[in-house]
Design a protein. Sequence first.
Length: 552
Amino acid sequence: MNDIRRTILWAVFGFSLVMLWDQWQIHNGNKPTFFPSAVKPAEQTSAPAATPDAVTPPAALSSHAMPTTAPTAPASSPRERIDVATDVLKITFDTEGGNVVGAELLKHGDAHHSGHNVKLLDDSKERVYLAQSGLISSVPNALLPNHKTPMHFSGAKALNDGEDSLLVKFESDPVGDVKLVKTYSFKRGSYAVGVEHLIRNNSAASINPQLYVQLVRDGNKLEGESAFYSTFTGPAVYTSQKKFQKVEFADIEKSKADFEKQSTQGYVAMVQHYFASAWLLDDGQQRDIFARKIDQNLYSAGMVAPLPAIAAGSQLSQSTRLFIGPQEEKTLEAIYPGLELVKDYGWLTILSKPLFWLLYELNKIIANWGWSIVALVVVLKAAFYWLNAQAYRSMGKMKAINPKIMEMRERLKDNPQQMQMEMMKMYREEKVNPLGGCLPIAVQIPFFIALYWVLLSSVEMRNAPWIGWVHDLAAPDPWFILPLLMTATSMLQTWLNPTPPDPIQAKMMWFMPLAFSVMFFFFPAGLVLYWLSNNILSIAQQWMINKQLGLN
């Protein structure tokens, strides 16, 4: 039995070293040794500064490619960048196409640049991340207004005090006797922007256009990305049939991206740690979904929606929505059911969502995310009190008979078969289950992993203070006090546990807490607080049970 336990421990330890090495390779800009799917195809250090001329949709979407050219802007209407601000967003528009080429989140400070806000969408030498839309003609080689068409701006540039909404318009010059008017509607306190596409057919014939919306982003790594834990960055698709589907940049690169290509519901998003953008069409609107590489290090994801025929001299309006903002779960749920899934909990979503709900409700009462984390750990420890008690009693009994086992191993070290028989006999006589301390704890592991992802993914932790020196639960402890306490409590837990009879195994049991503690110096303070709280409560319960068994 000890051989089995030793094998399991060595396997866990070996896998941990593999994970650490793999993340170290990624951190140093090398290809991962063991998990290549985790690497994003971001070979170049900077993104191209210019938007691509066109995006070609799959053949299944349209028999005609998106246009690669646009009418030249009149001399009286030079290309401009226009800033529009609300109380939560500062959006930069380009009069070429009326596209969103910049988005600053005014309520979220940049963790890597003090005094600056998070800039999510951008069009610069360092980052390309854009929201575009336009029309595709059903007639071969015919152009309609698209994301490269010059447009004229009208409307206010700021949401003034006392106002709850703001409208801005971009109207194209006629292209093939067709005009496109984009109207962006902003609401106070909202990250969801209404985008109406009004199509005016001034030609002498009926037209059958298609509307496309897309998010364009480079594949570069996020600034300050941790080497010790990874979060998803890239496109995501949500449909009613297959639900939330992440699309890796690497799969797009290899033309192996697997997601639902047609639907009448859902959205297309671009996701990164804490923040996201998404295009949403009305439910019931047929749409074809695409994701593809469009340049050396540039990718697009979007939807193409066929529109009803527009008779000569008539017009048609198609409403869409564009979300640009933080992954605040309650806000996302209110915008569109399923949009909250851009907050990526991984395969433990079924556990993570109720845990976040409980954390959110606790914070309503406590009004401090740090103490809410501690309170949630207390609730979980209370829920699993009986299981933990069984485990600690089993470990306490193992610690009590450990001197006998050590003596027997020394006495029978030259007769392994006899040693195993004597050991099993002793377990039966003392009514000790060697795995009794492992199984109850194993049941709880999924819950604590789920809570780990809740704390890692929740934008609510950004810039959230706890006490004293901890001013941001999403950033590492600046004084390393929590990681040091975490290391000390881990070592104390090891001391309270029974010492393995095998000397090598015993040394490894002391070494593993030290090895794992290294990572906690780089983890967000909220995560370290969660593990530290769990350790302290575990130590208290284990000490009480050891005292009841007369082991203290």
